[in-house]
Design a protein around this ligand. Structure first.
Ligand SMILES: Cc1cc2nc3c(=O)[nH]c(=O)nc-3n(C[C@H](O)[C@H](O)[C@H](O)COP(=O)(O)OP(=O)(O)OC[C@H]3O[C@@H](n4cnc5c(N)ncnc54)[C@H](O)[C@@H]3O)c2cc1C
Length: 449
């Protein structure tokens, strides 16, 4: 049996992980040069506990179970994760009513360990909060991962498990034929017994090629990153949610970086990832209301934006009829839910196609060897790690960054980038001017040809 997953984001790769346990020929088809270059590279990275989603929603069905599975997967795949717990902080009476409602919802969703903290306990547990707070919901199973790293970790494990990747291969046509589902990409054509559409923001366009009709609307979220030394929080801090968004989060990522964001802005363009003054002001001002001691804006080392794949009903679209399946509308908590969606999809595939388990399947990803000169001083990344990243498939500086975290510290690559370029040019046997910053031909050094 031949199966294609369209899209190398967290959802497609998670599904591929579950399916890779079975005897089938599995292809992941990705339009970019690397995995995880879509929504999965720019988000808040939270593995939500699962209390927030309305119990009747598709999201709720997969979020709590996804959280449970991630607790195992991050160990198997070596994804840096901090299980700090989430606090949803109320600033007034209405906020406390919301906190009560979230707890009730969480209990229906079977989220373990939820507690309501009064003002005194909350300020003792998280002294960085504003004196104005009234109380909070505490969800101990919530955590934060280096989410850009998760697709890379899954990719490396999938390669070990025999999955074939086709990069730079945007799907441009899907055709249902008597021999199977024919896929045309800009690079090759292939016919498959089962095709799974996990194309993120573009899942609507792929679905239309196969006769489905729904739309995906991009919804932008903007962020600030600050060096971690400015503020260390004990928990992942949320306000109470409003107007369908979880609100501006203040958190330290597992490596300590302080992350603040996102806002939620409906936009027209699926590629518009620019930050805006208005959006960043909103993020900063809202974060300050909860944590007055956040650093001043000029201390920020980077700002960025990510795009949610929204649908009309603000819920996931999962269809499994026929031999073309859709996994679309993966807005938050899609990162959290991905392994649970994968489990569900593989259960259906096993039953429908009578799949048999492989004799050998590797759950664990090989960690990177560490050693040699320190290349990235901020993050302590060594020469051996950079070389290994290239050997495992990194072809741009950004790909090296997402595999090792080099250039992610406070200097943002100002010191280490030339050293990384030198190692890459040695490994790839190219000139320095042929080392690319990122996908799409972004060079660092000017070319003279
Ligand atoms: C601002 C923001 C904050 C978020 N925070 C959280 C959070 O804290 N916790 C949480 O659980 N979730 C969060 N999410 C949601 C989460 O990031 C997404 O649900 C998840 O990343 C979606 O993964 P995906 O695989 O569906 O999409 P993507 O990561 O976008 O992957 C889709 C892939 O398909 C490829 N593709 C597209 N078109 C084609 C084509 N024609 N041919 C071949 N390949 C194609 C793309 O290149 C891409 O690699 C957040 C999202 C945003 C934007």
């Amino acid at each position: 049996m031949k199966v294609a997953v369209i899209g190398g984001g967290i959802v497609g790769l998670s599904v591929a992980r579950e399916l890779s346990k079975y005897n089938l020929e599995l292809h992941v088809i990705e339009k970019n040069e690397d995995v995880g270059m879509g929504t999965s590279k720019a988000n808040t990275g939270i593995i939500h506990a699962g209390f927030d989603d309305p119990p009747e929603s598709v999201r709720a069905r997969f979020a709590r179970r996804g959280n449970e599975i991630w607790h195992r997967w991050v160990q198997e795949l070596g994804i840096p994760t901090a299980w700090r717990g989430e606090i949803i902080v109320a600033r007034d009476y209405d906020g406390m009513k919301k906190v009560d409602e979230l707890k009730r919802r969480g209990e229906i969703n079977k989220v373990p360990g939820l507690e309501i903290w009064d003002r005194k306990k909350l300020l003792k547990k998280e002294p960085n909060l504003s004196e104005q707070v009234q109380g909070a919901l505490f969800a101990p199973t919530g955590g934060v991962m280096e989410s850009f790293f998760a697709p890379v970790a899954l990719y490396e494990n999938l390669v070990d498990n025999g999955v074939k990747f086709f990069f730079n291969s945007p799907v441009v046509d899907v055709d249902k034929t008597s021999k199977g589902i024919k896929i045309t990409t800009r690079k090759f054509k292939g016919t498959y017994d089962l095709v799974i559409n996990a194309a993120g923001l573009y899942a609507d366009e792929i679905a239309k090629m196969a006769g489905y009709d729904f739309n995906i609307y991009p919804r932008k979220g903007e962020y600030f990153l600050f060096p971690g030394l400015f503020l260390k929080l004990n928990y992942i801090v949320f306000p109470t949610p409003s107007r369908g968004t979880k609100g501006v989060v203040i958190e330290n990522t597992p490596n300590g970086t302080l992350m603040i964001g996102p806002n939620a802005q409906d936009i027209d363009e699926k590629e518009d990832k620019g930050t805006t003054e208005q959006g960043l002001n909103f993020v900063y001002e809202n974060a300050k209301k909860l944590v007055p001691g956040i650093p001043s804006r000029e201390k920020s080392m980077r700002q960025f934006a990510g795009l949610r794949a929204e649908t009309k009903d603000r819920d996931f679209i999962i269809t499994t009829d026929g031999d073309f399946w859709n996994l679309a509308g993966m807005r938050s908590p899609g990162l959290t839910a991905a392994p649970a969606i994968a489990e569900y999809i593989s259960e259906i595939a096993v039953e429908r196609y009578s799949l048999r388990k492989k004799e050998k399947w590797y759950a664990y990803r090989e960690p990177y060897p560490k050693g040699g000169k320190i290349i990235c001083d901020c993050e302590g990344i060594t020469e051996m790690e950079i070389r290994e990243a290239v050997r495992r498939g990194a072809r741009t500086i950004e790909s090296v960054k997402r595999r090792t975290m080099a250039t992610m510290g406070s200097c943002q690559g100002a010191f280490c980038m030339p050293r990384i370029m030198k190692i890459m040019s040695e490994e790839l046997k190219t000139g320095l001017e042929d080392v690319y910053l990122k996908d799409g031909g972004w060079v660092v050094l000017p070319r003279h040809d």
